[in-house]
Design a protein around this ligand. Structure first.
Ligand code: FES
Ligand code: FE2
Length: 451
């Protein structure tokens, strides 16, 4: 699809084309004595020049986007990680995998914690957005004072969706059906246009939310408890020293815990992520001969953090690239991946000359076995945007290899581990702090799913 720049280029191109075509008479004939620019060329030549001009403008727009614009890659739920064969579409293949897959003995499906619902820049003052999170529908809106609020989408009056046609009035949202107005900060109904009195119990559920690092997040706790920790601010983002350079979004069919568990699964790095990113994401071909000379080399360590940050854990990564077995030190990268609760990871990059930045990885459960994952990169503003875009793209290729595993795997509650896998058990113990007695479980008759 064309972006604004694309449209602009097309409009200018068409404008120039029209101008040239209508000026078909010989300018020397006219009363004015301007230079006879087009007098020698025929209509066809003009048309060709117009097309070339239009194409060059489009190409310029594209080049500008490539060099300076952000990288935005939004993948649909069946875009990545399924094998579509025998004339089936990707969607059919994905559906079949989802229907037939064994889920295993799953932990609770919605851990307690903070989850991203929207990027700040996608919510202007007075705007409302509908978002599906944690098996619920919520309305996210920005009041006239600039504060973002998250409330249940369904109006308690007769159930209309506040995010579909609802209007922001001050710090309230007005229902599109009968015009009841609900306050964003506590959900209380403050106005019923046709009633004399607003009853005390007229309220919509209001989610604790925060806005930090260019994102709006909600707090989920199965018992409705208040937030136990906060999402740390990355000061370079707030001050504008690091700027937005792009994002990728994926939908993954897996239990949420399987995604962070990847950080503690040290052995999979040497196997799944060693083939060069040039050999792509389809696991059937990543070990192709053609790119064998290029390898990624990983050294990783995973540790939970001590009190008072026991909701955090850290993975430190050393990445090296080898070409024909020779180490090429220019591409040595050190990354610290700091996980904050079940849904947010800060991947901090520090490179000697490619600069510093962060990828925010956010995992938000949409349904019990559907995770919405975003990677958003903020990078030093004085580094050419191509650098962070390459970093994000490279990360995305490695990530999509994991997606192919996740989408098709089963959760194994008692995995068959060897001594070298011990961090995985450690991770499961660490992650269990986000479940409590009433955490929602996936509810269905497992036996009836056997074919
Ligand atoms: S359904 Fe919302 S005001 Fe009636
Ligand atoms: Fe991985």
């Amino acid at each position: 699809p064309l972006n604004t720049r694309g449209y602009l280029a097309v409009v200018i191109g068409l404008g120039v084309a029209v101008m040239l075509l209508v000026q078909s008479g010989d300018p020397l004939d006219s009363a004015r004595n301007g230079p006879p620019v087009w007098s020698d060329s025929g209509l066809l030549a003009r048309a060709v020049i117009c097309v070339i001009a239009g194409c060059s403008l489009l190409a310029l727009g594209w080049l500008h986007g490539l060099l300076f614009g952000p990288l935005e890659m939004l993948r649909g739920p069946d875009d990545v990680g399924y094998i579509a064969e025998d004339g089936r579409s990707r969607a059919q293949a994905a559906n079949e995998v989802r229907r037939r897959r064994k889920t295993g003995e799953l932990p609770p499906v919605f851990p307690n914690g903070w989850y991203r619902v929207l990027d700040s820049r996608r919510l202007q003052i007075g705007e409302v957005k509908s978002v599906s999170v944690l098996g619920e529908q919520v309305a996210v809106f920005r009041g006239q004072d600039g504060t973002a609020y998250v409330v249940d989408a369904y109006c308690p009056h007769l159930g209309a969706n506040l995010a579909v046609g609802g209007r922001v009035v001050g710090g309230c949202i007005e229902c599109p059906f009968h015009g009841w107005q609900f306050r964003g900060n506590d959900g209380k109904c403050v106005r019923i246009p046709y009633a004399e009195k607003v009853p005390e119990f007229a309220k919509v559920r209001c989610w604790p939310s925060c806005e930090v690092n260019g994102q709006i997040l909600v707090w989920f706790h199965c018992d409705g408890e208040d937030p136990r920790w906060t999402i740390p601010e990355q000061p370079e983002i707030t001050t504008g020293e690091w700027v937005y350079r792009g994002r990728t979004e994926h939908f993954i069919n897996a239990h949420i815990e399987e995604i962070p568990e990847n950080a503690a699964d040290i052995a999979h790095l040497a196997h799944l992520h060693t083939p060069a990113i040039t050999s792509g994401v389809d696991l059937r071909y990543t070990n192709s001969r053609a790119w064998e000379f290029l390898r990624h080399d990983w050294k990783v360590q995973w540790e939970p953090e001590p009190e008072p940050n026991k909701h955090c854990s850290q993975m430190s990564v050393k990445h090296a690239l080898t070409v024909f077995g020779c180490h090429c030190p220019l591409l040595d990268v050190r990354v610290v991946a700091r996980q904050v609760g079940p849904g947010v990871v800060f991947l901090l990059f520090d490179h000697s000359f490619l600069g510093r930045g962060v990828i925010l990885q956010c995992v938000t459960p949409v349904e019990p076995l559907l995770q919405w994952v975003s990677h958003t990169i903020f990078y030093q503003s004085n580094i050419p945007p191509l650098v962070p875009k390459f970093v994000l793209r490279a990360e995305c290729i490695q990530f999509e290899r994991d997606v192919m595993i996740w989408n098709n795997k089963k959760y194994i509650s008692k995995p068959l581990l060897v001594k070298e896998d011990s961090a995985i058990q450690k991770h499961r113990r660490w992650f269990s702090q986000f479940y409590s007695e009433n955490s929602p479980q996936l509810q269905y008759q497992r036996d009836t799913l056997d074919f």
